[in-house]
Write a protein that binds this ligand. Structure first.
Ligand code: NAD
Ligand code: DAU
Length: 341
């Protein structure tokens, strides 16, 4: 049966991977991609899709905070909305929280309203493990309390609470997905892994915040897309699902692996001032997903990291133009300014 999907934020990192995954897997699916094209939105990510799937894919430039743009994308009723659109970078949220409030909360509200008005049959809200805050030991479960520590995670948590409330109050068909850190090709080079790889390709230092002991859990793009596909089709309405791999690494271990794979020594590591409110450790329990759908991640971290490095090595045209402003210097100066206030 033919299905119509609206993907928001599909010009970003994971959104573009998911669009490709779905169009390649399901021959009868149509996708509309609504994206504002912020600094993180990049039509280069979709060039092959525009070419190979022109009959089943359309792009609309638009902003989910604008009701008119959402209505335009939903002129024809859709089966499923998958909301990837968000401001996503924690450092930016510390310095400029307002755009996070608007996109991540108001934008999600507009989409929920559209579902309430019957313009879509289901909405999948793409969220993060960061809503649960940090955990020194053990793991977050689907019903762990929300204790967000950054403006980014507070905005994502607020959106998730709206999803819950819209389910409880109006019974709109919504599923929320909390995932650990993504990595892979086409990730904007401000996030840890692509920043470190591209810095090393430019013979620059790699800045580790604080002591580098913080732990993140990592999932490769393909594994994430497979998990989301299952949840989107078969997940229970009104519930939430964690997506995790158990592949947990200290930031300095990630840095050391990248150095090893790129044949560089540790002299490139520079310990810098810590991120304010830096979460020490995330660890997410994904037994619910694994048991319900017999899902498990296929890609080992070392294997995915090696593939990612090769892609950045071969795709300088893609990332070089994104690294024109020295935003790290910018963050450093801004954080120092925060200290003085
Ligand atoms: P990204 O930053 O690479 O891309 C975000 C996309 O959203 C961009 O294309 C941007 O143009 C678009 N966008 C931003 N504001 C918009 C607006 N107002 N209207 C329409 N489009 C808008 O994103 P990503 O890192 O791939 O993350 C995608 C989603 O997954 C986000 O919701 C994020 O919170 C969530 N998430 C990310 C990670 C991660 O490790 N990156 C982990 C867990 C969850
Ligand atoms: O956990 C899921 C989240 O992962 C997503 O919801 C966010 O959208 C995504 O940005 C990511 O947040 P993090 O803060 O974990 O990712 P980031 O790549 O910014 O940082 C990863 C870790 O590396 C974190 O502990 C901070 C540290 N770091 C980051 C940068 C950019 C450094 O030590 N140096 C750096 O230069």
């Amino acid at each position: 049966m033919e299905k119509k999907l609206l993907i928001t934020g599909g010009a970003g990192f994971m959104g573009s991977h998911f669009i490709r995954y779905i169009l390649e897997k399901y021959e009868n699916y149509q996708i509309t991609n609504l994206d504002k094209l912020t600094y993180a939105g990049n039509l280069d990510n979709l060039a092959d899709i525009e070419k190979n799937f022109s009959n089943r894919y359309q792009f609309i430039k638009g902003d989910i905070t604008q009701e008119g743009d959402v209505n335009k994308a939903l002129k024809q009723e859709v089966d499923i909305i998958v909301n990837f659109a968000a401001e996503t970078h924690v450092d930016r949220s510390i310095l400029e929280p307002k755009s996070f409030l608007l996109t991540d909360i108001v934008g999600t509200y507009n989409l929920l309203e559209a579902v309430r008005l019957g313009k879509a049959n289901k909405i999948i809200q793409i969220s993060t493990d960061e809503v649960f805050g940090q955990i020194k030991q053990g793991e977050f479960f689907e019903d762990s309390p929300f204790l967000p520590n950054s403006p980014y995670s507070a905005a994502k948590a607020s959106a998730d609470l709206f999803c819950r409330a819209y389910w409880k109050t109006y019974q709109i068909p919504v599923i929320v997905v909390h995932s650990c850190n993504y990595y892979g090709t086409h990730q904007y080079p401000e996030k840890l892994i692509p920043l470190f790889i591209t810095n090393l390709l430019e013979e620059k230092d790699i800045p580790i915040y604080g002591d580098g002991e913080q732990v993140r859990e990592w999932i490769f793009t393909e594994d994430y897309c497979q998990a989301l596909d299952l949840i989107m089709h078969y997940g229970k309405i009104g519930e939430s699902y964690n997506i995790g791999t158990g592949q947990r690494k200290k930031n300095k271990e990630v840095a050391e692996l990248i150095l090893k794979f790129m044949n560089k020594d540790k002299s490139y590591i520079k310990y810098v001032k810590d991120r304010p409110g830096h979460d020490f450790r995330y660890a997410i329990n994904s037994d619910k997903l694994r048991k319900q759908f017999n899902w498990k991640p296929q890609v080992e971290f070392e294997q995915g990291l090696a593939k990612t490095i090769v892609w950045y090595e071969n795709n300088e045209d893609w990332w070089k133009k994104l690294k024109n402003g020295d935003y790290l210097e910018y963050y450093k100066k801004q954080y120092n300014a925060l200290d003085k206030n």
